[in-house]
Design a protein around this ligand. Structure first.
Ligand code: NAG
Ligand code: NAG
Length: 390
């Protein structure tokens, strides 16, 4: 958080006016509603108005700030949603817990890992969310070898979660949360990887609301290998007769949207006989993009970080999906997240949706927890995110 904002909030004595970038309005907000000289209060959403630079009626503030931190001057975005008519196809929450206890395999259900709470998923569905990315560990689903057989109990629990979601009319994104690795080693055997996907696709071939996500966040791998693994998965899935499902491919460098075009350009050549490929990227808004801090770089960083990927998708005639995003529970991040989602929605011809990271019963007081009823991200962001459900 910027020190100027802290100064505005924590200044001693009566604070008559909010400082630069400070909050100046919103439901339940009780602080000053005017801004110091040279700044003016701008409504961002029902929960948040912010002091931006310049006099009322100017838009200098946002663009001034954007140009100081980004080379992009053609951002198609807005700070208030002007695109109610544009709708995402998928919008929802990552469900993370069946992959917990990484490194302890198979581990013990209830101790090292668990499965998502169906009542929490139902709460989200009641709010309109329609997509859930269900993370799991390949080491638990196929414990003996990549091309080996399923562990029946883990498969059953995974399938129960998937069926709950799809029976409710939502979409279940199957996410081997493996970073392109199996028991810690980079997967180099593309045939075995194809064999894994052939078995998974056979299992879910009749459920068209399942989405196959080839792997979570490849990183520090040979770029051609990342291409070959994705292509092997696609070929195997279609070969198994799963022809109606969407396939999400991920890229190297943790599938980061901000570095996608530099690193993952070769993935534009992936081919799918069913033509239902979607490029899944991830984007966090903290300084190193890792999603480990509550601080966002700026209030405009959300739209800035994905703008290059938007251009890549459009230039290459591809569809994208932001499979992970989040921001800390603070005003700067809320503005940045709003800018991010408005940008995606304004460009919904190439962006099919997004998923918050993350829900799941074991997140405790994690900075982004979206687990009802008291998760930090859930209580802070649910009313904002609900505006973007399809
Ligand atoms: C599956 O879930 C049940 C509870 O519904 C649990 O008893 C069992 O240990 C779980 N097994 C695995 C492998 O996840
Ligand atoms: C930002 C974030 O929380 N990323 C997490 C993605 O999932 C893996 C495995 O659960 C975590 O290790 C990362 O921290």
């Amino acid at each position: 958080m910027k020190s100027s904002v802290l100064a505005g909030i924590f200044a001693t004595g009566a604070v008559a006016q909010s400082g630069p970038w400070g909050q100046c309005g919103g439901l339940s907000y009780t602080g000053p509603t005017t801004c110091v000289s040279g700044w003016h209060c701008v409504y961002q959403n029902d929960w948040y108005s912010q002091c931006l630079e310049g006099a009322a009626g100017t838009t200098a503030a946002t663009s001034t700030k954007a140009s100081s931190t980004s080379t992009s001057t053609t951002l198609k975005t807005s700070t208030t949603s002007t695109s109610a008519s544009k709708k995402f196809k998928w919008f929802g929450i990552n469900q993370s817990c069946a992959e917990f206890g990484q490194g302890t395999y198979p581990g013990v259900w209830g101790t090292h890992f668990t499965f998502p709470s169906t009542s929490s998923i139902q709460t989200h569905i009641n709010d309109g969310y329609n997509a859930f990315r269900v993370a799991f560990a390949m080491e638990r689903l196929v414990p003996n070898q990549l091309s080996g057989s399923f562990d029946a109990a883990y498969l059953k629990n995974l399938t129960d979660t998937v069926n709950y979601i799809t029976n409710a009319g939502a979409w279940a994104i199957l996410d081997p949360h493996n970073f392109g690795r199996y028991y810690g080693n980079i997967i180099t055997d593309t045939a075995a990887f194809g064999s894994f996907w052939s078995k998974v696709a056979t299992q879910y071939a009749s459920n068209s609301r399942v989405v196959f996500d080839t792997n979570n966040e490849y990183h520090d791998m040979d770029q051609t290998l990342v291409f070959n693994l994705n292509q092997a998965a696609i070929t195997a899935i279609r070969g198994a007769g799963a022809t109606s499902q969407y396939i999400f491919v991920e890229g190297n460098s943790y599938s980061g949207a901000w570095v996608w075009s530099q690193n993952n350009n070769n993935l534009a050549a992936l081919t799918d006989p069913q033509n239902k490929l979607v490029y899944e990227m991830h984007q966090y808004l903290d300084s190193d993009g890792s999603g480990t801090s509550t601080a966002c770089v700026s209030t405009t960083i959300g739209a800035q970080r994905v703008a290059d990927a938007t251009n890549w998708l459009r230039t290459n005639g591809k569809l994208g999906f932001l499979g992970e995003f989040a921001g800390g529970a603070n005003a700067d991040c809320q503005t940045a997240v709003t800018g991010l989602l408005n940008h995606l929605q304004d460009n919904s011809d190439v962006w099919l949706g997004a998923l918050w990271w993350a829900g799941g019963p074991w997140w405790g007081n994690y900075i982004y927890s979206f687990e009802p009823p008291s998760g930090t991200g859930y209580t802070y962001y649910n009313s904002l995110l609900k505006k973007y459900v399809p």
